[in-house]
Design a protein around this ligand. Structure first.
Ligand SMILES: *Cc1c(COP(=O)(O)O)cnc(C)c1O
Length: 380
């Protein structure tokens, strides 16, 4: 990793804000428990980093999408913690999944069959979550497979059901009628398995006025994305600044960047900053997005290049403009949701695309044991 002084851009991760978001959701959904969704490398922030902080805050349930993500995370979890694999049980993955003690989310009769066979082969029960499709038509048992399963419950022999789950299609929209419909369907399905813990809500769902069942699967809200748009703001967790690498003054009529798509109507000062689409900054922000320099807005002029972006800094005070100066891409003046809106996408995509050339600096999130150690040292 580059040092903070020489890196083109600096990504700061505030683990105290992450933990605060976790607690906010926890308060919101109590007595349900909040699980941490740390798939896609913790939404781009670093799965192990995030998981350690959440463990420090009391989190004991984690969700990833892939077996490979589960294998990478398992070593930092203790035995009592639950690690779920959302994408289910891929053919051929049964042995490894059982070996690391991960809990696959079984999404079809085929997956149930293979997991039950693996249990027989290993001569022990294997833990699983069972997902039902309550209307999103993505993952989970479709209605016809549910009917077969309920008629042939022996298919679950050897499977230790730890969780029933389903997923909301429109949790980010509190007015969507599908939310209540899916909740009713899931509730009805779960009556067939009394006593098994239930999970329906993601971040958006955790803010719906409804019963949150036993476990809420929180992702984006932990990471500072607004789970229901402007209605719900979380503490920002990520900030991103890039350095000015060059400045130039160009006359009216001159054009900027690939394709010469931005033509200046006035004499213009252009700052080129060291961050581009290879760093996860959407090319869709060409002639669209903004950056901020000490609170002054600097619109993107021209196309986003692979390694650099050109900003119109004509209206920014000169004292703030020099090679090496840091320009805010994410921070107090621009949230990840605003950048996403400018780029025609969602905060999830901005975060998970964050690049790997940044200097990454982490604030807060000391684990409790270390904090205690620190407190003792201070006391002495
Ligand atoms: C990604 C995912 C989540 C987390 O969703 P957020 O909107 O980020 O809170 C929860 N459940 C499932 C099934 C998911 O795929």
């Amino acid at each position: 990793m580059q040092s903070i002084d020489t890196a083109g851009a600096v990504l700061r991760i505030d683990l105290d804000a992450l933990v605060e978001n976790y607690r906010t959701i926890q308060r919101q959904v109590a007595p349900a428990t909040v699980a941490g969704v740390v798939k896609a490398d913790g939404y781009g922030l670093g799965a192990n980093l995030v998981a350690r902080s959440l463990i420090g805050a009391g989190c004991r349930h984690f969700f990833v999408a892939h077996l490979s993500e589960a294998m990478a995370l398992r070593p930092i979890l203790s035995d009592g913690m639950a690690l779920f694999i959302l994408n289910g049980l891929q053919p051929g993955a049964e042995g490894e999944c059982a070996a690391i003690g991960a809990i696959p989310v079984l999404n079809s009769l085929d997956q149930i069959g293979r997991w039950a066979r693996t249990a027989r082969t290993l001569e022990r029960t294997l833990p699983a979550a069972l997902q039902v499709d309550s209307g999103m038509s993505r993952l989970g048992l479709p209605p016809e497979e549910v009917a077969i399963l309920l008629a042939q419950r022996e298919r679950l022999e050897g499977v230790d059901l730890r969780l029933l789950m389903s997923h909301l299609a429109c949790a980010d929209d509190p007015d969507a009628p599908s939310n209540a419909m899916q909740r009713r369907k899931f509730d009805a399905f779960s009556m067939n398995f009394p006593g098994v813990p239930r999970s329906l809500d993601n971040s958006g769902g955790s803010f719906l006025p409804a019963d949150h069942f036993d476990i809420v699967r929180a992702g984006i809200a932990l990471y500072g994305g607004a789970p229901q748009g402007e209605r719900r703001e979380m503490r920002p967790v990520v900030s991103l600044d890039a350095r000015i690498i060059q400045l130039r003054n160009i006359p009216a009529g001159a054009a900027v960047g690939y394709g010469l798509t931005h033509r200046c109507e006035r004499p213009t000062q252009i700052a080129t900053i060291a961050l581009g689409y290879a760093d996860g900054w959407p090319r869709h922000l060409s002639n669209g997005g903004s950056a901020y320099i000490d609170g002054h807005r600097a619109p993107i002029a021209g196309r986003v290049s692979m390694d650099s972006i050109t900003l119109d800094v004509t209206d920014v005070p000169d004292v703030l403009l020099y090679p090496g100066a840091l320009v805010e891409l994410l921070g107090p003046h621009q949230t990840v949701d605003q950048v996403a809106a400018d780029a025609g996408t969602i905060a999830y995509e901005i975060l998970t695309q964050l690049g790997h050339r940044y200097h990454r600096s982490v604030r807060g999130g000391r684990d409790p044991a270390q904090a205690e150690h620190h407190a003792m040292k201070v006391a002495i």
